[in-house]
Design a protein around this ligand. Sequence first.
Ligand SMILES: *[C@@H]1O[C@H](CO)[C@@H](O)[C@H](O)[C@H]1NC(C)=O
Ligand SMILES: *[C@@H]1O[C@H](CO)[C@@H](O)[C@H](O)[C@H]1NC(C)=O
Ligand SMILES: *[C@@H]1O[C@H](CO)[C@@H](O)[C@H](O)[C@H]1NC(C)=O
Ligand SMILES: *[C@@H]1O[C@H](CO)[C@@H](O)[C@H](O)[C@H]1NC(C)=O
Ligand SMILES: *[C@@H]1O[C@H](CO)[C@@H](O)[C@H](O)[C@H]1NC(C)=O
Ligand SMILES: *[C@@H]1O[C@H](CO)[C@@H](O)[C@H](O)[C@H]1NC(C)=O
Ligand SMILES: *[C@@H]1O[C@H](CO)[C@@H](O)[C@H](O)[C@H]1NC(C)=O
Ligand SMILES: *[C@@H]1O[C@H](CO)[C@@H](O)[C@H](O)[C@H]1NC(C)=O
Ligand SMILES: *[C@@H]1O[C@H](CO)[C@@H](O)[C@H](O)[C@H]1NC(C)=O
Ligand SMILES: *[C@@H]1O[C@H](CO)[C@@H](O)[C@H](O)[C@H]1NC(C)=O
Ligand SMILES: *[C@@H]1O[C@H](CO)[C@@H](O)[C@H](O)[C@H]1NC(C)=O
Ligand SMILES: *[C@@H]1O[C@H](CO)[C@@H](O)[C@H](O)[C@H]1NC(C)=O
Length: 389
Amino acid sequence: MAMSFFKVLSLVSIVVMAMLHSSFDVTSLSVNEEADVLLNWKATLQNETQATQPPLPSWTLPNYATNSSNNQNTSSIPCSWFGISCNQARSVIGLNLTNSGLKGTLHGFSFSSLPNLAILDLSMNGLFGTVPIEISNLSKLTLLDLSFNKLLGEIPSQIGLLTNLEDLHLAENQLNGSIPPGTGQLKSLTFLSLYANDLHGRIPASLGNLSKLVCLLLNNNFLSCSIPASLCNLNNLVYLYPHHNQLYGSVPREIGNLSNLVELNMKNNSPTGHIPSSIGSLEKLTWLHIYDNLLFGSNPPEIGNLKSLFSLSFQFNNLSGSIPTSLGVLSNLTVLHLNGNLLSGTIPKELGNLKSLISLQLDANQLNGTVPISLGNLSNLEVLFLCDN
Ligand SMILES: *[C@@H]1O[C@H](CO)[C@@H](O)[C@H](O)[C@H]1NC(C)=O
Ligand SMILES: *[C@@H]1O[C@H](CO)[C@@H](O)[C@H](O)[C@H]1NC(C)=O
Ligand SMILES: *[C@@H]1O[C@H](CO)[C@@H](O)[C@H](O)[C@H]1NC(C)=O
Ligand SMILES: *[C@@H]1O[C@H](CO)[C@@H](O)[C@H](O)[C@H]1NC(C)=O
Ligand SMILES: *[C@@H]1O[C@H](CO)[C@@H](O)[C@H](O)[C@H]1NC(C)=O
Ligand SMILES: *[C@@H]1O[C@H](CO)[C@@H](O)[C@H](O)[C@H]1NC(C)=O
Ligand SMILES: *[C@@H]1O[C@H](CO)[C@@H](O)[C@H](O)[C@H]1NC(C)=O
Ligand SMILES: *[C@@H]1O[C@H](CO)[C@@H](O)[C@H](O)[C@H]1NC(C)=O
Ligand SMILES: *[C@@H]1O[C@H](CO)[C@@H](O)[C@H](O)[C@H]1NC(C)=O
Ligand SMILES: *[C@@H]1O[C@H](CO)[C@@H](O)[C@H](O)[C@H]1NC(C)=O
Ligand SMILES: *[C@@H]1O[C@H](CO)[C@@H](O)[C@H](O)[C@H]1NC(C)=O
Ligand SMILES: *[C@@H]1O[C@H](CO)[C@@H](O)[C@H](O)[C@H]1NC(C)=O
C-alpha cells in the first residue's frame, strides 16, 4: 500500500519536473552558468601591467540592478565576448585568448562546468602555477594550447584522459618531471609539442602508439634515454625534433621506417654508433642534421638516395672513411656540413654537381689531395671551408 503510494508520488514528481523543465529556457540557463564560470576565472586574473583595468573588458554582464526596465538581449552572453565561440545551443565550444596579456593561474577555472569546450588556446600569456589535473574534465577537447606561458610543475598524468585531443602544445613553459606515459593513450594526436621546458627522464615508449602523429617536438629539454625504437612505428611522422637533450645510445636501425619524415634534427645529443644505412629509405627527407653527437663509422653511401635533401649536417662527430661520391646526386642540396670529423681521402669531384650548394664545410677533417676543379662550377656558393685538413 505504502509502496504504491510512493510510486504514484514519484510518478507525479517526474511529470511536474518535466513540465518545469519545458517552461524554462534551459539553454539560456546553461549559458549563464558558463558565463559565471568564465567570470569567476576572470576575477582571479591580475590587472594588466601599467593598467588599473581588469583584463577582458568585453566579459561583463548587463547591469540589471541599476536598470531593471532594461530588456537587454542576454542570449549573446557569453558567446559575443572576446575570444569565445559557441555552438548553436549557445554553449561554449571555443576559448581563444592567445596573446591577451593574461596573468594568473588556471586554478580558478572550473573546467568541469564547460562540458562542450573543444578548443582551448591560452598560449602567449603570463599564466603561472601548475596545470590543474581537472583539465582532464574537458572530455571534448581537441586542441589544448598552453605554450609560451610560465607554467611549472609536472604535466598531469590525467592528460591521458583527453582522448579526443588532436593538438597538444605545452612548449616554452617551465614544466618539469617526465613526460607522462599516458600521453601514449591520446590516439587522435597529430601534433605534440613539448619543447623548451624542464622535462627530464625518458621518452615513453608508449608514444609509439600515436599512429596519427605528424609532428613530435621534444627539443630543448633534459630528456635522457635512448630513442625508443617504438617511435619508428610512427609512419605519419613528418617532423621529429629530439635535439638539445641528453639522449644517448644509437640511432635506431628502424628509423628507415619513418617513410614520411621530412625533417630530422638530432644535434646536441650523445648517441653513439653508426648512421644506419636504413636512413637511405627516408626519401622525403629535406633536412637531416645529426651534429654535436658522437657518431662514428663511415657515411653510408645510401645518403645518396635522399634526393629531396636540402640541408645535410653531420658536423662534429667522429665519422671516418671517405666522403661518399653518391652525395653528388643530391641536386637540391644547399648546405653540406661534414666538418669536425675524422674523414679521410680526397674530396670527390662529384660534389661539383651540387649546383644549389650555398655552404660547403669540410674543414677540420683528415682530407688530402687537391681541391677538384669541378668545385669551380658551384656558382651559388657563399661559404667554403676546407682548412685544417
Ligand atoms: C584592478 O582594476 C580594478 C578595476 O579597475 C581596480 O578596482 C583594482 O584596484 C585594480 N587592481 C590593481 C591591483 O591594480
Ligand atoms: C535603461 O535602459 C534603457 C535602454 O537601454 C535606456 O534607454 C535608459 O536610459 C536606461 N535608464 C537608466 C536609468 O539608466
Ligand atoms: C539576441 O541576439 C541573438 C544573437 O546575437 C540574435 O540571434 C537574436 O535575434 C536577438 N534577440 C532579440 C530579441 O533581439
Ligand atoms: C586563436 O586566435 C589567433 C589570433 O586570432 C589565431 O591566430 C589562432 O590560430 C587561434 N587559435 C586557434 C586554436 O584557432
Ligand atoms: C574532474 O577531474 C578530476 C581529476 O581527474 C576528477 O577527480 C573528477 O572526478 C572530475 N570531475 C568531473 C565532474 O568529471
Ligand atoms: C618541479 O617544479 C616544482 C615547482 O617549481 C618543484 O616544487 C618540484 O620539486 C619540481 N619537481 C622536480 C621533479 O624537479
Ligand atoms: C602502447 O605502447 C606500449 C609500449 O610500446 C605497448 O607496450 C602497449 O602495448 C601499447 N598499447 C597499445 C594499446 O597499443
Ligand atoms: C622496420 O625496420 C626494420 C629494420 O630496418 C625492418 O626490418 C622492418 O621490416 C621495418 N618495418 C616496416 C613495417 O617497415
Ligand atoms: C628540388 O626542389 C624543387 C624546388 O623546391 C622541387 O620542385 C623538386 O621536387 C625538388 N627535387 C626533389 C628530388 O625533391
Ligand atoms: C672520437 O674521436 C676522438 C679523437 O680520435 C677520441 O678521443 C674519442 O674517444 C672518440 N669518441 C668516440 C665516442 O668514439
Ligand atoms: C691521402 O690519404 C690516404 C689515406 O688516408 C692515403 O692512402 C693517400 O696516400 C693520401 N694521399 C696523399 C696525396 O697524401
Ligand atoms: C662545369 O659545368 C659545365 C656545364 O654543366 C660542364 O660542361 C663542365 O664539365 C663542368 N666542369 C667541371 C670541371 O666539372
